[in-house]
Ligand binder design. Structure first.
Ligand code: AMP
Length: 368
């Protein structure tokens, strides 16, 4: 998360995704204008970074010029678009390509296209890095389109919030809600399920345990259950694609949630990335990973004990228990690093009485 002036922004579109979009647009421009000498008209200020990337990739003769228009004040679009710096070039018989950072309602594009027509330019193409198709109200065709985004206020890659944020190489969106999303972390038997039951009441959160959802599906002999069972019985991870789709569906069942406790998810980096994306689509993010730290031998004893009553085959066999713990260290523990890098990792001693541990977790959550 970053702060610009008074507002908080969370990651939204990665630099890699932006580069892919620019490569795609540039490839088409190179093809379509191979035997022409186009005039690129870049719309300042926001399009300077996009312009530079497109021009660097353009392999034929071309010219570049700049116009300055402004339609934003703060985070709201104003319907007054002013032209600040005019066009001096003769454009009546030119192949013109407008370069925009973002097209939302289309007001700016409309004004610009009228100016171009007044100056005798009848056909021109429009290339934009970002496009909000949801709110676009004009009939003017957008010829080269990078990334279609939902109607969010974004900064970065040339775009600003009251002057700041243009230098960010990734795109961030305004943090739009106050959800609390906890990743409850720790090896099998650390007490995640037990603590999640208490914390969900205390903080009014939705508890999603991927292990529980799998077991529910196994019990009801669904296709998902049948597929997952073969992995779970061996103490291995269910493949990411299956788990991620299931998790997304569980989250979507609770559109009005104040937040979630994710218990047993994410377990791999791909799962963590997909969780970030899912929450970003709601204007939110993972608030913290709270991890219960418990020694291996304590875990094995706890799980064997639980196995006497839980009815879970993966709790009954010490070899499978040890495999689950091994899988945790080999495949899942790296996520500690993943969230540490974002300053979101909080380790909590997971040995002691249940309510003592709840108190330790609550202290961490209350401090977020
Ligand atoms: P748990 O109840 O969290 O111990 O999960 C039981 C089993 O379900 C695990 O050993 C895995 O086989 C499977 N499982 C649960 N969550 C995930 C996940 N996020 N990714 C892959 N497999 C999972």
């Amino acid at each position: 998360m970053i702060k610009l002036h008074d507002l908080q922004f969370i990651p939204f579109i990665t630099e890699d995704e932006i580069i892919v979009a620019i490569d795609k647009i540039s490839e088409k421009l190179n093809k379509d204008f191979a035997d022409k000498t186009p005039l690129f008209i870049s719309v300042l200020n926001g399009a300077f970074m996009f312009t530079s990337e497109v021009i660097k990739r353009f392999n034929h003769d071309c010219e570049v010029t700049f116009v300055k228009l402004s339609s934003y004040q703060g985070t709201k679009t104003t319907h007054q678009v002013q032209q600040l710096i005019g066009l001096e070039e003769n454009i009546s018989d030119r192949d013109v390509i407008i370069l925009e950072d973002i097209v939302d309602t289309g007001n700016t594009i409309e004004v610009l296209s009228n100016i171009l027509k007044d100056k005798g330019c009848t056909t021109f193409k429009i290339a934009t890095l970002f496009f909000k198709s949801e709110v676009y109200t004009k009939q003017i065709n957008i010829d080269y389109l990078g990334i279609d985004i939902p109607n969010r206020f974004i900064v970065g890659y040339g775009l600003d919030y009251n002057g700041l944020g243009r230098n960010l190489t990734e795109v961030y969106q305004l943090k739009s809600n106050t959800m609390t999303n906890l990743v409850l972390f720790g090896p099998p038997g650390a007490g995640k399920g037990t603590q999640a039951e208490v914390l969900k009441q205390k903080y009014d959160l939705i508890h999603i345990s991927t292990g529980d959802v799998f077991r529910y599906n196994i019990k009801n002999a669904t296709d998902l259950g049948t597929l997952a069972k073969s992995y779970i019985d061996k103490g291995q991870l269910v493949p990411d694609e299956v788990t991620i789709n299931m998790l997304n569906a569980e989250v979507d069942k609770n559109p009005d949630a104040k937040g979630f406790i994710f218990d047993g998810f994410p377990r791999t980096e791909d799962q963590a990335d997909s969780l970030a994306k899912l929450l970003a689509s709601k204007g939110s993010e993972v608030s913290a990973m709270v991890a219960l730290e418990v020694e291996d031998e304590v875990l094995v004893q706890r799980l064997l004990e639980r196995g006497k009553t839980s009815g879970r085959p993966d709790d009954a066999d010490e070899r499978i228990i040890r495999n689950r713990i091994k899988v945790y260290y080999n495949e899942t523990a790296i996520l500690k690093n993943y969230y540490q890098k974002q300053d979101k990792y909080f380790g909590v001693d997971g040995v002691g009485a249940i309510d003592e541990i709840t108190e330790r977790l609550s202290n961490t959550i209350d401090s977020l």
